[in-house]
Design a protein around this ligand. Structure first.
Ligand code: SAH
Length: 353
């Protein structure tokens, strides 16, 4: 909501139909309007098949904006594109477009900042500012595609923020982006990543969305996990595994465990053995990620040869495991770093004035 207006791109066709019906308009107008919104129209004037007077009436109720690219960085190595988008209220979020052999994937933010406090993550340093609206998440996908000219086929909710801490808006966004009259991106091409807000798992499973749930595990034991991830305190690994098992049983969808390898913290043979036990129990796929360096954090990544040994230990236990290729290393492509650095630079700039 901005100036008392609702973001047009936050509404599903059936909601637009209800609004238009109240305005005495025929039902087909909702489809036209939804298509314009989903195609990234940036002004009401573009909507040439909608009568001018109706456009003027709609403009009083709804906002039709586009985020402005505050910064754009393109990786020289792998073509990864990173945007820092300025939202209508002046806040900023990051979106990253990654190029893979199977197509282009976009990593979107779900909140401005984050309140989860993970010890290795840059996104959480300033806490949570606010949650994103459904239309704002849609705009990240839409305008990254439009601006980069790269057709988006996959979405990962792995940018700034905790998707399950913005549950209703995230679910609405998923319905918007998946809609056949809209961007029409298949749920099976979408991954939602969570630090493990287990109280939301059942609700998500009940929606039966066919997306991939990624759980940021990062440690198999409570002592290490609670140290790294405050979300583990008061929940615990046992509760998380129960929730994962129930989710898998209910949806039949394999969960992914994200595991950022941190030197001397979560990479011991004992931790590999315990991780293997958890993964086997819930049939999870394990994704090992070399920790990305964050200036404000003291953790170091596990060296490649020990990542490899850790991987082999998991494989010996029959666990399905991949080591994530790191993209965009030259452009601060990992979570929260660009927003943070720009905020620091802007602050430094202001202080100099
Ligand atoms: N809040 C959600 C999604 C955003 S974070 C979640 O926790 O899953 C996306 C992924 O990046 C998570 O797995 C997160 O733990 C991981 N991550 C954060 N900082 C990282 C870093 N410095 N190096 C590697 N992975 C990191």
């Amino acid at each position: 909501m901005q100036d008392g207006k609702i973001n047009l791109r936050s509404l599903l066709p059936e909601e637009l139909a209800a609004v238009l019906k109240d305005m005495g308009q025929p039902a087909f107008r909702a489809k036209q309007l939804f298509e314009w919104a989903s195609r990234g129209a940036e002004s009401w004037e573009e909507m040439t098949n909608i009568p001018k007077q109706l456009r003027a009436q709609l403009a009083e109720k709804f906002s039709l904006g586009a985020p402005a690219a505050l910064r754009k960085q393109v990786s020289a190595g792998d073509g990864t594109v990173k945007y820092l988008w300025r939202l209508r209220d002046g806040n900023a979020v990051e979106t990253v477009v990654m190029r893979y052999h199977y197509g282009n994937s976009v990593c979107i933010s779900t909140q401005v900042g984050c309140r989860q406090g993970c010890a290795f993550c840059a996104s959480t340093i300033g806490g949570l500012v606010r949650s994103l609206e459904p239309g704002e998440m849609l705009e990240e996908v839409m305008f990254s595609e439009k601006e980069s000219g790269l057709k988006i086929g996959h979405i990962v909710l792995m940018g700034i923020g905790e998707p399950l801490d913005n549950f209703d808006n995230v679910v609405k966004f998923l319905r918007l982006v998946n809609h056949p009259q809209g961007m029409n991106i298949g749920m099976r091409h979408i991954s939602l990543s969570t630090c493990g807000l287990t109280e939301r798992f059942e609700e998500l499973a009940r929606l039966n969305l066919q997306l991939t749930l990624s759980v940021s595990l990062h440690a198999p034991d409570d002592e290490t996990r609670s140290r790294l991830m405050p979300a583990n305190r008061g929940r615990g690994v046992a509760q998380l595994m129960d929730a994962c098992e129930a989710y898998f049983r209910r949806t039949g969808r394999r969960i992914s465990f994200e595991y950022a390898m941190i030197d001397g913290v979560n990479d011991s043979p004992e931790q590999a053995a315990l991780l293997a036990r958890h993964a086997r129990r819930v049939s999870a796929h394990v994704n090992l990620i070399p920790l990305n360096h964050v200036d404000e954090r003291s953790f170091a990544p596990t060296p490649p040869e020990r990542i490899s040994a850790f991987r082999k230990a998991l494989e010996r236990e029959g666990v399905n495991v991949t080591v994530r290729r790191s993209l965009g290393g030259d452009i601060d492509a990992s979570c929260g770093q660009l927003r943070k650095k720009t905020a620091d630079a802007l602050r430094a700039g202001t202080e100099r004035e």
